[in-house]
Design a protein around this ligand. Structure first.
Ligand code: MG
Length: 388
């Protein structure tokens, strides 16, 4: 067969789309405390291809660490920076590239920051696949299985009863049927917790779901039992991260002694971590974060595993609208998707970067039917807050 004939022959193989650049985009709000910039920095990762398609992902991690993981040179087969592994490869081969990144970062990685960096690249690759095929990411993940996803307002627990009432009422007025209050003063004083949670329940009414995120405040599960028992009278929908993530025995101990479902998993990465969480801990609701677990590629597997084990999954998501929309695509393609974490107070950076955030309608969000993630970054405003 001549070269021309070979070119004309229809091929079942997908076309090769070469990765030309992996670009960390570091953002910082103007006028923030220069002494403590990490707190407000964000890092997006853009993956460029020779077809001009650019995918975007985001990390919820330490931006400077992730930049190093992307920029590092290739030392040997299990010790390489991500860019060195990716440039020149086929962007369409998402699974192959995931394995290459995991293996290539094994020496310093396996979990933590390396997986956070892999997560951002993975989400960008799904965005590219969607744009290249003209399909929204939820279709690539199995198709739309829900019309709208119920969102919950995720808020920091205020310090006073008055502020708690205001925060819950504001969320209810905005249409949320579920509100989570977390961190802040929770876990320091049982009487204060009871006072704040009682006020939250009263403001929420009997209908709304109320979740509490203890922010890993207890180090000993035995201390947590009586405390959680007192909070149960206000019908929390779940209690999140009462203990440190590795305290599986503590979770088991606590779960056996309280009725409220326990939620955790935002710090875990890969299906192998969730095998352990689902196997041992007594955690009822697992919370993989797309920007930490290893991207959509791993999140899909965690969702399937949890379903197989009869547990619930409510992904964790923070940071900007990029991760939120990636999580919404994941949930839209999932049977029995329960809730999307939604931060009603958008940061300046989030508002600057994402032009069309997911809008809330009566407490539900709808995922964009446009190709890829369906996100358009505002390049002009991005340039204004970009520090790299
Ligand atoms: Mg949390």
């Amino acid at each position: 067969m001549s070269g021309d004939d070979a070119r004309r022959k229809p091929s079942l193989l997908r076309s090769f789309m070469r990765i030309t650049a992996v670009e960390p985009v570091r953002l910082r709000e103007r006028g923030v405390d220069a002494e403590n910039p990490e707190h407000l920095d964000l890092l997006l990762v853009r993956v460029h291809t020779d077809e001009g398609i650019v995918g975007v992902g985001e990390v919820d991690s330490m931006p400077s660490v992730i930049e190093s993981i992307i920029d590092a040179p290739a030392l040997h087969s299990v010790g390489s920076g991500l860019r060195a592994l990716l440039v020149g490869q086929d962007a369409s081969d998402i699974d192959g590239l995931w394995q290459a990144m995991y293996r290539g970062s094994l020496w310093y990685g396996r979990r933590g920051a390396a997986l956070h960096a892999i997560s951002a690249v993975d989400v960008a690759l799904w965005d590219i696949r969607g744009q290249a095929t003209g399909r929204p990411v939820y279709e690539l993940l199995g198709g739309l299985r829900t019309d709208g996803i119920r969102a919950y307002a995720s808020l920091t627990m205020p310090d006073t009863v008055t502020e708690v009432v205001e925060a819950v009422e504001r969320s209810r007025e905005a249409g949320f049927g579920a509100v989570k209050l977390g961190w802040g003063p929770l876990g320091r004083d049982p009487d204060l917790d009871v006072e704040l949670v009682a006020a939250a329940r009263k403001a929420a009414g009997g209908e709304a779901d109320l979740m509490l995120d203890m922010g890993k405040s207890w180090t000993d599960a035995r201390d947590a039992v009586g405390w959680v028992r007192r909070l149960e009278q206000y019908q929390p929908y779940w209690i999140e991260e009462p203990l440190m993530p590795d305290d599986y025995a503590g979770y088991e101990y606590l779960a056996a002694r309280v009725d409220v479902p326990l939620a955790a998993g935002e710090e875990e990465s890969t299906i192998w971590d969730f095998e352990r969480v689902l196997g041992r801990s007594g955690i009822d609701i697992v919370q993989p974060d797309v920007a930490r677990v290893g991207g959509l590629t791993q999140a899909v597997q965690v969702m399937a595993l949890a379903r197989e084990r009869g547990r619930r999954v409510v992904p964790h998501v923070w940071s900007t609208g990029i991760s939120r929309v990636a999580t919404a695509h994941l949930l839209a393609a999932t049977h029995g998707a329960e809730l999307l974490e939604y931060w009603p107070v958008r940061s300046v950076l989030d508002q600057t970067v994402v032009r069309d955030p997911l809008e809330l309608e009566d407490g539900f969000v709808r995922v964009p039917p446009t190709p890829g993630l369906g996100i358009v970054l505002d390049e002009e405003r991005l340039a204004h807050v970009r520090v790299r």
